[in-house]
Write a protein that binds this ligand. Structure first.
Ligand code: MN
Length: 385
């Protein structure tokens, strides 16, 4: 079947136990939602149509709240038998990781399903174990030519709808409807104990790990439980959350002197660096162990500023998905008298690396002339290497 060619191309059936074909359709149309712990955890939403499973990858999973518009990336058709697949796709294979059948049942199109699918406007009812009632899959406008078209999955307002504040179905009902299994029962990529051990060697002797006690799938670094250690933070390199934590552990000794005694702002990337970033200057709801709340007098009009001055706080921040630490140029001793100045040599369009070097040397020469000691600090935001 032509519709399945991309699916078949991506897989080596000698290695993976995923189904290779489909059974003939008959009777009611099936639907399945598979929870898939690949490099990114996501939910594969599949509707039987024209003899295959039309498929969307929904990063956050479905919501019963009609106000939640869930991104659903249109992906290749899957064979009908895939709807029953639960298991582990071997490492190195396309979509490597664990799959569970999170929900399944039958679906009923409202109107002509084929026409709706082609037009990017599918209206339907679900009769599943977790998902019921009216739903819509809507293609986002003006992007019909994209290879992985973004659609939105939206619950309709009806008796099966529930406000997210009161009930989140993906959190309330995480297990497989087939086996009762949790996706965490077999993590996609087990945390690498070796990496942790290697990083520990480089860590300051003052902060040795405490007793290890971890939930399945979690890692532990310096006594701090690292949730979702396998989550990919940078899709372009495959760097995981555990890699980031271990990086901060490895550089802690060099980094802490620059963090200590300075108020710090944190940049958090809970969904990775391509997701939404959160800038945080105050402890607020963040529960980071060892994080210091500073004297409110430093910023009288706001919540107390924060300081990261220990390995525990640094690793705790990394566990809270902090990827950047921005310190003040003043210390907590006197917030009104900065003791440091930063010159940001940000290359404009068409400025060469050589010109940047020249500009940097000129700046340094000028500062020396003024009797100021300068240090070079490099940030790789623009990919300069
Ligand atoms: Mn998937």
């Amino acid at each position: 079947m032509k519709a399945l060619e991309p699916y078949l191309r991506k897989r080596d059936f000698k290695v993976t136990s995923e189904p290779r074909g489909g059974r003939p359709a008959g009777g009611a149309l099936s639907f399945v939602v598979q929870k898939h712990a690949a490099s990114h955890l996501h939910y594969d939403f599949r509707l039987e149509l024209d003899g295959t499973l039309k498929s969307w990858a929904v990063p956050k999973g479905p919501s019963l709240d009609p106000a939640d518009k869930r991104m659903a990336v249109h992906v290749e058709d899957h064979p009908l038998d895939y709807g029953g697949f639960e298991g582990t796709i071997p490492a190195g294979q396309y979509g490597a990781g664990t799959v569970i059948v999170w929900d399944r049942g039958t679906w009923e199109p409202v109107g002509d399903a084929g026409a709706g699918y082609r037009a990017g406007k599918l209206k339907f009812r679900l009769l599943g174990e977790k998902l019921q009632g009216g739903w819509n899959l809507v293609r986002m406008h003006g992007r019909a030519d994209e290879r992985q078209e973004p659609w939105l999955l939206i619950k309709e307002r009806d008796e099966a709808a529930r406000p997210a504040a009161e009930y989140k179905v993906v959190e309330a009902e995480p297990a497989s409807v087939v086996s009762g299994r949790m996706i965490e029962d077999k993590p996609a990529r087990a945390p690498k104990a070796k990496t942790i051990a290697a990083a520990r060697k480089a860590a300051p002797a003052a902060a040795r790990p405490r007793a290890a006690k971890k939930a399945s799938g979690d890692a532990e670094v310096e006594g701090i439980r690292i949730s979702h250690p396998e989550r990919v933070i940078d899709a372009s390199t495959g760097i995981t959350k555990l890699d980031v934590v271990n990086h901060y552990l490895a550089v802690a000794r060099l980094m802490l002197p620059h963090l200590a005694t300075r108020p710090v702002s944190l940049v958090r990337a809970p969904a990775g660096i391509d997701g939404q970033l959160f800038f945080q200057k105050h402890a607020e709801t963040l529960k980071i162990p060892g994080l210091k709340q500073l004297d409110p007098a430093i910023s009288p009009d706001h919540e107390p500023m924060i300081e990261v001055d220990s390995v525990i706080a640094l690793i705790g921040a990394a566990q809270a998905n902090v990827i950047e630490f921005h310190t003040w140029n003043a210390t907590t001793r006197d917030a009104t008298k900065p003791d440091r100045m930063v010159f940001d040599l940000d290359p404009g369009e068409g400025v060469s690396w050589k010109q940047i070097q020249e500009g940097t040397e000129l700046t340094r020469a000028l500062l020396e002339e003024l009797g100021l000691v300068s240090f070079l600090r490099r940030a790789a935001a623009r990919g300069c290497t």
